[in-house]
Design a protein around this ligand. Structure first.
Ligand code: ATP
Ligand code: MG
Length: 430
């Protein structure tokens, strides 16, 4: 009888990682943790769910994310407005303030995990995706700004990625942006007739974002708009020059992109993106910037900070283009057996092999033929199959069959080893 239950499918834009794909994720995560540790970064974990107002304030009411991408709902159990985090920074800053982390020192911290945005799914754009989020809290820069960028260049190198380029801009300080904004709105007003609907709607709420348009009819207007850079004061320019000098010290090339504004409202001074042509339309692998006003805005004592986020799916897409998919054997040793006494003995031997550091699968399930078991053993990627049957048990030995030769060694394909020396033998030879 089949159940009448209508099968459930994953939500649109939310992907499963299946067993064959897991190794790429784990390898990348391990590489990333080592890379971050080499710069003194420590891990921090914050909840996936936060109060909605953390994000409306911390990201800005009129940003894309808050306007149309957040998974927000009312928790009917206690009537609270909640949101699945659409990015890490707001939550990391909330935790920093809540636990008073900056009272006597600055912190280099990071987190990795899922974030949620209700977007139109396509390559490189999902509704649940994953980020590596890095934050330098309490550092004023420009040294740390440059360090973060140099650090990213190192990651691309570790991963063997060459086609990623750096775009850089400075957003100055609030008063400089205000002066520029006034000039910009004036410019937009003058060209009102060519603005599309979205631009008209945004010209007073987020005019900088209007310049980010992909509408060809608006390109010339955007190109001729007043440049924020021309409104920067001496200090802002010095900060930016400080970053650029250090990037030149490290031999890192960059492109100045005066139109780079980023999606968050409270960025100031340094902003940057790493982009590639290898990912189709979704070419931004990493975006970051300084947010010296955010900690105070969210109720903390004013402190400078800068951070970035890398999209893991996009990074994995790039890695698979250079290195192919990572395949990892399921185990080192696969135990094949026939009959209940042999199965029970195999289970115990497997425990002893694991004590010795080997990864072992014991064939499970009733009455499979040797042939079926060997097929599974081979598919598992194991180096060696250990075979136990009545004959082997009677002579206190196991047959072993090498499925893959250890590098540079000639071994008999099949041999017999006494059970009391099996662990030592395999430990030394696998
Ligand atoms: P985009 O311009 O692609 O929408 P964004 O400015 O919204 O990016 P950020 O908020 O800076 O992106 O997020 C940092 C990184 O997270 C991006 O550079 C990208 O690699 C990744 N990312 C953002 N949105 C998605 C998504 N919907 N699916 C997969 N990865 C994403
Ligand atoms: Mg986006």
């Amino acid at each position: 009888m089949t159940s009448s239950f209508k099968k459930v499918r994953a939500l649109t834009g939310m992907k499963d990682v299946l067993p064959d794909g897991g190794a790429s994720w784990e390898n990348l995560e391990a590489t990333v943790r080592e890379w971050l540790a080499s710069y003194g970064y420590r891990t921090m974990r914050t909840p996936v769910l936060e109060q909605t107002r953390l994000f409306t304030r911390g990201i800005g009411e009129v940003t894309d994310i808050v306007e149309k991408e957040m998974y927000s709902f009312t928790d009917a159990l206690n009537d609270e407005q909640l949101t699945m985090r659409p990015e890490f920074t707001a939550g990391m800053v909330r935790a920093t303030i809540e636990h008073n982390l900056l009272y006597d020192r600055a912190h280099r911290v990071y987190a990795m995990g899922p974030v949620f945005r209700h977007e139109k799914p396509q390559r490189g754009r999902y509704r649940q995706f994953h980020q590596i989020d890095v934050e330098a809290l309490g550092f004023a820069g420009p040294d740390i700004d440059a360090e973060l960028i140099v650090m990213l260049a190192r990651l691309w190198k570790i991963l063997g990625l060459t086609d990623i380029r750096l775009e850089l801009n400075s957003l100055g300080q609030a008063d400089e942006r205000a002066a520029h904004r006034a000039a910009l709105i004036e410019h937009l007003e003058k060209h009102r007739s060519i603005l599309d609907e979205e631009a008209q709607r945004r010209m007073h709420t987020n005019p900088l974002r209007v310049l980010d348009t992909k509408n060809p009819a608006m390109q010339e207007m955007a190109n001729n708009a007043p440049k924020l850079f021309d409104f920067l004061g001496e200090q802002s320019r010095a900060h930016f020059e400080g970053v650029c000098e250090r990037l030149r010290d490290a031999g890192i090339s960059y492109t100045l992109n005066p139109r780079l504004v980023r999606g968050l409202d409270y960025y100031n001074l340094t902003v940057f993106e790493w982009v590639t042509d290898r990912l189709g339309a979704q070419g931004t692998v990493c975006g970051g910037g300084r947010y010296d006003g955010l900690i105070e805005l969210l109720g903390g004592k004013s402190a400078p900070a800068i951070g970035f986020a890398i999209g893991i799916e996009r990074l994995l897409d790039l890695c698979s283009q250079v290195a192919g998919e990572t395949v990892r054997p399921e185990c080192d040793v696969y135990m094949v057996h026939q009959g209940e006494p042999a199965q029970r003995r195999a289970a115990l031997l497997a425990e002893a092999l694991r004590d010795a550091g080997l990864r072992v699968i014991v064939h499970a399930g009733p009455g499979s033929s040797f042939k079926a078991q060997f097929k599974r053993a081979d598919a598992s990627g194991a180096r060696v199959a250990v075979i136990l049957g009545d004959d082997e048990l009677a002579s206190a030995s196991a047959s072993i069959k090498w499925l893959r030769e250890p590098a540079g060694e000639e071994q008999p394909q099949q041999e017999t080893i006494r059970l009391d020396s099996l662990v030592t033998e395999l430990k030394n030879r696998v």
